[in-house]
Design a protein around this ligand. Structure first.
Ligand code: ATP
Length: 328
């Protein structure tokens, strides 16, 4: 039903005149042969495997509008989608940056600025409407989706756990993983001791109705899952949930392990992350308005300095406050 309903919604949303709507009868049949708009291109080839250094991620003059009706991203309605897109708002404008091989790039900015949208384009949840996103020099539209999603690991803010055992939740990232590999990932993510202390160990059921885990524990399980998947590019939305300081320190260590040697794009909410970032991109209203490292951006006294005061400063211990930063 959804497959039928989507196209109809698309048609009703588009400002076509009645005659055009009537003559597009064959389009209805095309619609029945549905294909998602985000699909492998005809000449798609796999993104090269894990050999060698982590690939650079490059945004080259990227602009983007969300399709007006997400559900109806259908190849056979491409022209309609395009017509619709013309009426939707552009949310990214001329975004250009490079996350070099193994670098950590932090995205910061006000709510609604476009940070999540930038991360969506890396794993090609959507296609850009202008410019290009490249990984290892390859346009993401020219590589197979399977290989792209194998190489790009995504950890969202509210790490989703299935109502299933810890083993199943982790093995889903790498089917066939041995218990030894799972324990290794749990240890590296700083959650091995906790799982070992649970009565059922790896067989403990977590998720909605299962063993209750704190926000920090869920995040560390998500990081263990990421480590097991071992992607060479990581896209991560740091949780905003306030963690106790012990949990915070554990998450920080787990993060450091998970991101080491991988090219990472992180929507940053932690002071430790922005401090360590090779590059901070300050996003405002769909544009990169400032870029640089923590200290230099603080000194500039612009939007980053303001965000620092409102978001990050309170995480700063009194003993290691910024040098040369704003003093108020
Ligand atoms: P936050 O910090 O609140 O998560 P953000 O910086 O990640 O915000 P985005 O979620 O990327 O911002 O949103 C950028 C713009 O795109 C916003 O105006 C938002 O309303 C719009 N937007 C986000 N998702 C969609 C969507 N699926 N369809 C249409 N518009 C969207």
């Amino acid at each position: 039903l959804t497959r039928m309903y989507g196209p109809l919604t698309a048609l009703s949303n588009v400002h076509v005149d009645v005659m055009t709507a009537l003559v597009s009868f064959d389009r209805v049949f095309e619609v029945l042969d549905l294909k998602p708009l985000i699909d492998d291109g005809p000449d798609a080839r796999p993104l090269d495997g894990a050999a060698g250094a982590a690939p650079a991620v490059e945004f080259d003059h990227v602009s983007f509008r969300y399709p007006a009706a997400e559900e109806v991203s259908l190849a056979s309605l491409e022209s309609i989608a395009r017509a619709e897109a013309a009426t939707s708002r552009e949310v990214l404008h001329d975004v250009t940056f490079t996350a070099g091989s193994g670098q950590l790039v932090a995205l910061v900015g006000p709510s609604g600025a476009g940070k999540s949208t930038i991360t969506h384009l890396v794993s090609r949840l959507y296609d850009v409407t202008g410019g290009a996103v490249r990984i290892g020099g390859r346009d993401v539209r020219e590589v197979t989706l399977e290989s792209l999603r194998d190489r790009v690991g995504v950890v969202s803010q509210d790490a989703h756990l299935y109502h299933d055992t810890i083993r199943a939740n982790l093995a889903y990232a790498r089917p066939g993983a041995t218990d030894e590999e799972i324990w290794e990932a749990l240890e590296a993510a700083q959650i091995g001791d906790l799982v070992a202390a649970m009565p059922d160990g790896l067989d403990t059921v977590v998720g909605d109705r299962g063993y209750r885990l704190s926000g920090g524990e869920k995040q560390r399980l998500a990081l263990a899952r990421l480590l097991l998947k071992a992607p060479s590019v990581v896209v991560l939305d740091e949780a905003t949930a306030h963690l106790d300081s012990e949990s915070e320190a554990a998450v920080q260590r787990a993060l450091a392990t998970a991101l080491a040697g991988r090219t990472s794009l992180v929507i940053a909410h932690r002071l430790s992350t922005v401090r360590e970032a090779d590059q901070i991109l300050v996003v405002d209203d769909g544009r990169i308005v400032e870029r640089g490292r923590h200290e230099e951006l603080l000194l500039r006294g612009g939007l980053y300095a303001e965000l620092y005061r409102t978001q990050f400063a309170r995480q700063d211990g009194s003993s290691d406050g910024p040098t040369g930063g704003p003093t108020d």
